[in-house]
Structures are given as C-alpha cells and as structure tokens.
Design a protein around this ligand. Structure first.
Ligand code: SF4
Length: 594
C-alpha cells in the first residue's frame, strides 16, 4: 500500500480544446487545477506535486526527469474541436506515448482524450479512442479517478464522475498549481467552470456526453476565484459551460439572480482582476426567454471587462442542415439574438458619462459621452474602446445534409447582420471532427472532405467581404486596446494580443521586445487582425514605420514630422491629416541623442 503522503506526482498538461472548455496557453483549463486539488484531498503533499506543460518539456528536456521519476504520472489532454494556436502546441499522440514509456511509476491518462485521438488536431478528421500505452485511462472524470487511485494505494479505480461538493473542494485546493505554469502570473488566464452538459443534442458535439446540465452554485465558483486570485491570477474567463445565460436555472431558462450572484461575487473577491470574460451563450435561450435574457446580458455587461464575446453556435443557416443535425437555432432566431446582445451590451466603456467604467478604462472619447441605451455604438462619435459584449458566430461545415446552397445561406446571414447595423466580434468557421458517441460518427468526415474546395473559397469570401468591414466597425481607427502582450516577430512587425476571449491579433510596426505589455491604438484593419501603434504615440519619438502606419500619413508627412522635431504639443505640429491624430498622440520632453 503506497502512503499518499510520500507519493511524488507529475502532472503533464498536453492542453485541451472542447466545445465548451479551453486550455491552450495563455489559458489554463480546469483539469490540472482540479486534479491537483483531488491529489491534495487524497493526502498527497502539495510540495510533491509537479506540473509541466508539454511545451515546457519540449523546451527544457531536463524536466523529463520529473516524468521518469514520479511515482504517479498523470497526462491531461485532448482536442475535440479543431484549431490552430499561437500560445502553445498541443501534444501529439507520439509525444503522449513517449510520456507513458518514460514513466517508471504508475501512469494515468485523462481529460477529453477519452473521447478519441485524431492523427492531428484538424477539421475534417475522424478519431478513435486509444490508450497510448498508459496503465490507466480515466473514462469518467480524471480528477475523480486520480483521487480514488491514490486512495486505493495505486491499485485501481472505478470510472465515475465527481459530485458538486468534490469539485468545490478540489477547485479551491488545487488553485496553487497555477504558480507552476510557465505563463504565471502575468500572461495566464484561468478558464472557469460553471456547468457541464447540455440540454440539446447537436449531432457533432461532445458536450451532451456529459448529460443534461449540472451547475456549480455561485459560492463554489466564487471561492475558487478567491483562491486563484490569492495565487496571483488576474485574468478569468467563464468559459466552461454550454450556455452562460442558462446558469443556475432549470437547464434551459435563464436565472438572472444566479448570474448576479456569480458575477458580483467574483468582483467582490477579486476586485483587482484585469479580465473577466465569458464563452458560449446559446441564442435559443435569448429567443425563448427574451426579457430574462436581456436582464442577464445587462448583468454580464455591468460586471465584465470590455471586449467580451458571447459565442453563438449557429453552426448553419441552412434549414436542411439544421433539421438533419438536430441544431437548435434557426438563422432568423439567431439574428434576433444578435440584435438583443447588441442592444443590451454593444455599448463602449470610457465615455465621461459612463458610471460603470473604472478609471483605468476611461479614455478620451471622440464624443461627449455615451449611453448604454443607445447601443450598439459605432461610427465617428463613439468612445474609442471595444464594446462591452458582442456576439460571435460559430459556423460548422461538413455536417449532414450540407449542400452548395448552405454556403450561400451562411454568407447571406452574415451580410444581413452587417447591413442592418449590428456588430459581431468574431466569425469562426470550421470543418467538423467526427467523434465516437456523437451522431456524426456514421457520416464521419466524408462531406467535409468532398466540400474542401468550396469551403476554402467561401471562407476567403467571408474574410474579405464581411470580416474586414465588421472589424472596422467594431474597432475603428483610434480604438485603444490596453495591455497587449507581445508574442512574436514576423516580417519586421511585432504581434501580440490582449488576454481574453478570442482576443484580436495586433501587428505593431517594428521589432519590439517580446513578452512585454503595451497599450496600443488601432490604425488599420486586416481580415481578422489589426495594425496598431503604441498608445499614446509620442510625436517626438515615434518611428517612421509607426507614423506611416497611421491612415493618411505617407512617407512625406512622416518625414516632415521627424525633421521638424521637437514639438511642445500635438497641435504644434500642425498636421493636416484626414484622421484626428490628437486622439492618441502625445508629446513628451524631447531629449536629443548625444
Ligand atoms: S447547444 Fe448543441 S453545440 Fe451547443 S453545447 Fe449543446 S449540444 Fe453542443
């Protein structure tokens, strides 16, 4: 019998991406945190628990020693939606196998990897469950398996799901593990779980495999945020649920009181948090319960931080595809939901009359003020901040019944949203992955493969014709994006993102120091990214590349600006540009080089 107190445990995070749960850096999913908590609860000493991401093992091979020498190795991972990631590279099956071979102690694998393993994390693929040479595979909740395995002296466990009391305890007890994440503390965002399961049964989705929704009560989530906050986490996303509006209700209808307790409770225990975003809102909830939903959306917009996105799983605007795949929302219904979120939460913080924005969010507004009741706000007279909360649209291709017309219908839906004056923060277009246990497993990736060419053409068209003008509406020139983390260099530019849900990719002229954080003002738009210059931009110090990135400032004007330095004020430069430079420029004391 192995004494839990003497046990050394290594947790390896291969990252997860599920329909309602994200854990690729800068995100940390709930799995390693709950697993660490379950270990502590079972008697393992905190200091004997080691946590590594797969990227750290790749970058610093010495850490493989921790995999080799641990009494218990726990691998967490699994991708059940396709994606490409800037912040980390998910573990490949061969790497996971190598972990099992390297471990001399007992090895256990868990997380969404139990649903299946593809050759690569891409759309239009089929998957199968494999044990990848681990001693144990947790087919229920990995944290429950870990707990029971340790209690049994590493003899075994029954596959089971954990209950609400356990998750409340383990979430708090395991918060300390975030301190071992390579991104801790500055560039780390904790994914929070409020519920699992779904009341609906879309053909492709793994979420119903968790059953009908079960909710964590507000005190359970709030005490976890308190513990994470005490461990230095300042960024949070309430992303682990199928529908935030259904939180704390009967599984389908909204319960605004529960939402208020959740959001205000989080703000109370983490008053210094810098990001509070969400993921996943079901448009059918808004359509079926419009008044309660409006109230819930207002509560969210009052407590969240700007730039938040409510991702809507429309998946297809084609009624044939909708019918054949048991999708729960029609294009018309989704349009109505887009409208309601825009009306209730599409306002921008930062106006002088806005009592809800904190001092740090306040920026010089282009207008005298703004009124949430006027939302959605865009155009020349709005404050230069991202709106509080906007819908995102997820579209999925390769579903049963898909035809050429499906692509046209999807495009028309998006065009209508734009033409009727609403905003979308993000359009996510993917091809299906077919998992065992879902209705799509019979059809597999066949339709997705047949339509690959069509898919490519349509995706480009959406990017060019809808994404770009929409981005200009959402983040017009001059919009300030605070705290951009600089992540990589490419083509003489530096790219970075804010921490948050679906953050905008920002390209900044010049190669700046990486891993630093700067505020940026948007000056130009790509299809899904923006160009920005440091905010405020110092007229006495800005580079030629930064100056020419500003709309209407060509080489000649930029050259004149540089030659005629120093300036006492922006007005002093007497610049005649189509764009009001005073919005984001400043002049600091000019110190000539020796
Ligand atoms: S509504 Fe459909 S896609 Fe969304 S979580 Fe539920 S089953 Fe999955």
């Amino acid at each position: 019998m192995t004494d839990p107190e003497t046990l050394s445990v290594t947790i390896v995070d291969g990252y997860v991406d599920e329909p309602a749960h994200f854990g690729v850096p800068p995100y940390i999913s709930t799995y390693p945190r709950y697993t660490a908590g379950a270990l502590v609860d079972a008697g393992v000493a905190r200091e004997r628990i080691t946590y590594h991401t797969i990227d750290r093992l790749r970058d610093e091979p010495d850490y493989w020693r921790d995999v080799d020498e641990a009494d218990l190795l726990i691998y967490l991972g699994g991708m059940t939606v396709p994606g490409k990631y800037v912040g980390g590279t998910p573990a490949e099956p061969d790497e996971v196998r190598k972990l099992a071979w390297t471990a001399t102690g007992t090895s256990l694998m868990g997380g969404p990897v139990k649903f299946g393993v593809g050759d690569e994390n891409a759309g239009a693929t089929e998957t199968e469950r494999q044990d990848l040479d681990f001693d144990f595979v947790a087919k229920g909740d990995v944290e429950a398996a870990v707990h029971d395995l340790v209690e049994s002296g590493l003899e075994g466990f029954n596959n089971r799901m954990r209950d609400v009391d356990e998750v409340s305890r383990w979430a708090q007890d395991g918060a300390f593990i975030v301190e071992q994440h390579p991104n801790h503390p500055a560039y780390l965002i904790a994914e929070l779980e409020t519920s699992r399961g779904c009341a609906y049964r879309c053909s492709f989705c793994t979420e119903p495999l968790y059953g009908n929704p079960t909710f964590r009560p507000p005190p359970s989530v709030v005490s976890e945020v308190d513990a994470l906050s005490n461990c230095g986490v300042k960024h949070f996303r309430i992303g682990r649920q199928a529908d935030i509006l259904a939180y704390g209700g009967d599984g389908e209808a909204p319960n605004p009181d529960a939402l208020r307790q959740l959001y205000s409770g989080i703000r109370e225990v983490a008053p210094d948090l810098e990001t509070l975003h969400l993921d996943n809102m079901n448009p059918i909830t808004i359509v079926n319960w419009p008044e309660k939903s409006r109230e819930g959306i207002r509560i969210i917009a009052e407590h969240n931080t700007a730039g938040d996105t409510a991702a809507f799983g429309l998946e297809s605007a084609d009624p044939v595809v909708q019918e054949e795949n048991n999708l729960n929302v029609s294009a018309e219904e989704c349009f109505e939901a887009v409208k309601i979120v825009n009306e209730e939460a599409g306002w921008r913080p930062g106006g002088p009359n806005d009592p809800r924005s904190s001092e740090s969010e306040r920026v010089p507004a282009a207008s005298a003020g703004e009124d949430p009741a006027d939302a959605p706000t865009f155009g020349d007279d709005t404050p230069r901040r991202l709106p509080k909360l906007l819908p995102g649209i997820n579209l999925l291709h390769g579903l049963k019944g898909e035809r050429e017309e499906t692509y046209e219908r999807n495009r028309e839906f998006l065009q209508r949203v734009y033409d009727e004056g609403y905003m979308l923060r993000r359009i996510n277009i993917r091809q299906v992955m077919a998992f065992d246990g879902t209705d799509m497993s019979d059809t597999g990736a066949e339709i997705a493969n047949e339509h690959k060419k069509l898919f490519k053409r349509y995706k480009r068209q959406v990017r060019e014709e809808i994404d770009q003008p929409m981005l200009e509406r959402v983040a017009p020139p001059g919009t300030v994006l605070p705290n951009i983390h600089l992540e990589y260099h490419q083509d003489g530019k530096t790219f970075g993102r804010q921490l948050g849900t679906y953050p905008l990719l920002v390209g900044i002229p010049g190669e700046r120091e990486l891993e630093e954080t700067i505020d940026v003002a948007v000056v130009d738009h790509g299809y899904r990214s923006v160009t920005g210059v440091p905010y405020p931009l110092d007229l006495n110090d800005a580079s030629m590349d930064e100056l020419t990135a500003i709309p209407g400032v060509g080489n000649r004007t930029a050259g004149d600006i540089v030659v005629n330095r120093p300036y006492d004020s922006v007005a002093d430069a007497e610049l005649e540009t189509e764009f009001d430079l005073a919005q984001f420029m400043t002049t600091r004391t000019f110190e000539p080089a020796d």
